[in-house]
Each structure stands twice: as structure tokens, then as C-alpha cells.
Design a protein around this ligand. Structure first.
Ligand SMILES: Cc1cc2nc3c(=O)[nH]c(=O)nc-3n(C[C@H](O)[C@H](O)[C@H](O)COP(=O)(O)O)c2cc1C
Length: 439
């Protein structure tokens, strides 16, 4: 078996990741469907996945993609799934632009306690300006969103260290609930947040929940290099993914971190068939179910400009960089240029996988691409994005996971119980632990 093991997350969107995925006969109706969520979590655990991952957005402003509406609030759902699973990591997206650090630190610490050390927070700054409407606020510009995020994550880390690991002794004989001198009340005065109150929860099983970061621009990468354990990214060619991987890993040393301390997991949509022809037919069926105007709206949203005004059968024109989705818009435009795509072709591609890596083929072909990216310096693992649930996720677990295991690339069973253990990451010691040891 190879020493280095692939990490796998299942990115769950009830209506599927393909815009037309929910229309397939093997798709269960999405919406807030608890039976479907439990089925996916159980299947992920059967497939020995590292984590169950939920994205998030607010308002109905992005309703043209069915995966952005009709779903549970992530932390509420994961709290329930903590009780139906035993090993699976539980990752929820939460925005640093529309929340307070105390709420987020407390909720994720709670989830880590509830699940015995399986919580992860996907830190996003929220791309779409429309989300601001839910809060009656102006969406801050890109640079400011990242300045807020830097402070936000720092504040959460301070809050998670409010108590020493051995603080809650609950000694009945001595009448001592917490050990004296083990509370460290944050004294945080930033530009955006002030926190002078500690977290009313003991330190969580993983020390800190796992931090995932999704945002790939230069400030996004800087935030990740300093603070994240996992990066979720959207790369669609091996070369771009290798550049991103190399560039981001190189930034870790300046923060005194080793390359293994940050796992890079691109999104990945496999369209799986028993034969290559069957997989292609499935993709063609999904494309046929696509509404052209809807695909155009999804693309326009991604690029921050109305794409219906261009000739749909002409090559994608040069476009200015947009503020809300810098890194991802640029990758899409690069892909269009590299592959000579027309506006229509690009809109179909984006309606399928939203710019993430797309592979259409048999289990062995899907495993080949994953192995290549994993062994040639482009990925430490993947955040899987099936076109629809549960059919295509079941197919992955039943057909692709055994091939990865056979090749020694992926675990046959869990070796630990916490998400940090699955990911090969150490528990986070308290920042005050060294001081205490010296005393
Ligand atoms: C792979 C990926 C997943 C993301 N998921 C979400 C999400 O679930 N919710 C959200 O509001 N923003 C999400 N974002 C948006 C980012 O947080 C960020 O606002 C946006 O990508 C712009 O930053 P960037 O230029 O650094 O990528 C995601 C971004 C990437 C790259």
C-alpha cells in the first residue's frame, strides 16, 4: 500500500451538482429530504470517506441553480448526522462576511463535541453580492472581505483556546467544577471585531475544528497558508492544478508549517457508467435535460456579466475580471480559451460541474484521473461532486472506491475516529499549553 493516502469528501447538494441532475430517474427528489441525507451519510461511511461537506449561501437570488435552494441549514443537519454516523467527518460552510466570530466558534465547537471530534468549518467570504440582501447590507468588496476573514478566523482560534484542555475537572469532593487559572478570556481588538468574553464550552476534542478554506485568489491563498488545514478549490486542468498546488504549498514555510499540514482537495465530478459508452450516454441525457436559458444564467452569474448578449456559437469573448469571483472566473475563461469553447459550450460545462474537474467514463477511467492528479502533484484528495444523488454517489462507492483501494491509494477502513486523524493532521494544542508546561 502507498504511504500517502488519498482524502475524500462528499460535497452534498440535495438536487445534485449538475443543474439538470435532479431530473434523472435515479435522482431522489432533493429539497430538505432527511432520508436522502441519511442515506448519503451512511453510504459515505460505508465507502470510508473522510467527510460529508455542505456548501452554503443565503437568499433566493441564485435560485436558477436548484442546488442552492431547498436544503437544510448546514450546522443543524450535521448535528443530526453526528448521531447517525460514527466516523465520518462533518464539514459545514459558514461565511465570515455575514456572521459573528463568537457564533461560529461556539457552533463548530459544539458540533465537534457532539460528534466526538469530527467537525470542520469551510471558511468562505461569500462570493455573490446578492447574499447581502438577506441582511440589508452592502456586500463588501473582495479585498475587504478577506481582511474581515483574516480577523474572523484569528478571533475564532482565540475563542477555541478559552479554556485549557484539563479545565473541566468537575471534582465533586472538592466542589471544584473547573480548575482555577485555566480560563483565558480573549482580549481581541481588531478593526472589525472586538471580543473580550470567553467561550462557554470546554476545549473541543480536536483542539480546534478542522479549518477548510474555499477561495483561490492571492488573498484567499494567503489566508489558507496561514490558517487552513484543507483547501477546497476548483481546478479543471492538470497543469493549472499543479501550479496551484505547488504555489500554495510553497507559501506554508513562511508560517513555519510543513507541506503535509495543508491538504489540497479540488472539486471533482465523475459521470460513471459500466462502460464508457454508458457514461457518455448518461452525460448526453443530462445535457438534453438542460434549459439553455438557465445554463446561460448560471454562467452569467459565475462570470459576473450577462452572457446572453453574445453570439452563443462564437468563441467566448475577452471579459474583464469580476470582483465577486476572481479566481474561479479566471479559471473558466482560461479553460474556454484552452479548449476553444463557444459561449454555449462553456455554459453547458458550467451548468454541469461549475468549473470543477469533470470526468466521464468507467470506474477504472475515473480512478485513473484521480490517481494521476494525486500522484503528479495536483491534489491530496478530492471533494466529490456527483451529478445527482443518490444514484451516482452509490455508483462511486460501489465501483470506484474498490479500484482506489485495490491500487493502495485509499483506506480500506478507518484507523482513527476524529477527522484530524483521518486527514493525517495533529490535534491542535492550546496556545497556552507551552506556557503551562514551562510552569
Ligand atoms: C471551491 C470553492 C467553493 C466555494 N464555496 C462557497 C460557498 O459554499 N458559499 C459561499 O458563499 N462562497 C463560496 N465560495 C466563494 C469564496 O468564499 C469567495 O468568496 C470567492 O471564491 C472569491 O474569492 P476568491 O477570489 O479568493 O476565490 C467558494 C469558492 C471556491 C473557490
Amino acid at each position: 500500500m502507498m504511504d500517502r493516502q488519498m482524502r475524500l469528501g462528499i460535497f452534498v447538494q440535495p438536487a445534485g451538482h449538475h443543474v439538470a441532475g435532479w431530473r434523472h430517474p435515479d435522482a431522489m427528489p432533493g429539497g430538505p429530504n432527511l432520508a436522502l441525507m441519511k442515506h448519503i451519510a451512511a453510504t459515505a461511511e460505508r465507502g470510508k470517506f473522510d467527510m460529508f461537506f455542505l456548501a452554503d449561501n443565503f437568499t433566493t437570488g441564485y435560485a436558477e441553480h436548484p442546488s442552492s435552494i431547498g436544503k437544510f441549514e448546514p450546522l443543524t443537519l450535521l448535528s443530526l448526522l453526528a448521531g447517525t454516523t460514527t466516523h465520518l467527518g462533518l464539514a459545514a460552510t459558514a461565511s465570515t462576511t455575514y456572521a459573528e466570530p463568537y457564533h461560529i466558534a461556539r457552533a463548530f465547537s459544539s458540533l465537534d463535541h457532539l460528534s466526538g471530534g469530527r467537525a470542520a468549518w469551510n471558511v468562505v467570504t461569500t462570493s455573490y453580492a446578492k447574499n447581502g440582501a438577506a441582511f440589508g447590507r452592502q456586500h463588501p468588496p473582495h479585498a475587504e472581505r478577506y481582511a474581515i476573514a483574516e480577523e474572523f478566523v484569528e478571533a475564532c482560534k482565540l475563542l477555541w483556546d478559552s479554556w485549557d484542555d484539563d479545565a473541566f475537572v468537575m471534582d465533586k469532593a472538592r466542589g471544584s467544577f473547573v480548575r482555577p487559572g485555566t480560563l483565558h478570556v480573549p482580549d481581541f481588538h481588531g478593526k472589525y471585531f472586538t471580543i473580550t468574553g470567553g467561550l462557554n464550552l470546554p476545549r473541543c476534542p480536536q483542539g480546534h475544528p478542522v479549518i477548510i478554506q474555499a477561495g483561490s485568489s492571492a488573498p484567499g491563498q494567503a489566508l489558507a497558508a496561514r490558517t487552513a488545514d484543507v483547501v477546497f478549490t476548483a481546478q479543471n486542468s492538470l497543469g493549472d492544478a499543479q501550479d496551484f498546488y505547488r504555489g500554495l504549498k510553497a507559501q506554508l514555510a513562511q508560517h513555519g508549517r510543513g507541506e503535509d499540514e495543508l491538504k489540497i482537495m479540488p472539486g471533482f465530478m465523475p459521470v460513471i457508467g459500466r462502460t464508457e459508452a454508458e457514461a457518455k450516454a448518461l452525460f448526453a441525457e443530462l445535457s438534453r435535460n438542460l434549459d439553455a436559458a438557465q445554463a446561460n444564467t448560471v454562467l452569467s452569474d459565475r462570470l459576473g456579466t450577462d452572457m446572453s448578449r453574445f453570439d452563443q456559437d462564437a468563441p467566448v469573448p475577452e471579459l474583464p475580471e469580476s470582483d465577486h469571483l476572481k479566481s474561479r472566473a479566471l479559471l473558466l475563461l482560461e479553460m474556454a480559451r484552452r479548449e476553444g469553447l463557444t459561449v454555449r459550450e462553456l455554459s453547458h460545462r458550467v451548468a454541469a460541474s461549475r468549473g470543477h474537474l469533470l470526468v466521464i467514463g468507467t470506474a477504472a477511467q475515473v480512478a485513473d484521473t484521480m490517481e494521476q492528479w494525486f500522484s503528479e502533484g495536483a491534489a491530496d484528495g478530492f471533494n466529490l461532486m456527483p451529478p445527482f444523488f443518490p444514484g451516482q454517489f452509490d455508483a462511486f462507492v460501489d465501483q470506484v472506491v474498490p479500484v482506489l483501494q485495490e491500487r493502495g491509494l485509499f483506506r480500506r477502513d478507518y484507523e482513527g475516529t476524529t477527522l484530524r486523524e483521518h486527514l493525517g493532521l495533529a490535534r491542535v494544542p492550546s496556545r497556552y499549553a507551552a506556557e503551562h508546561a514551562a510552569e
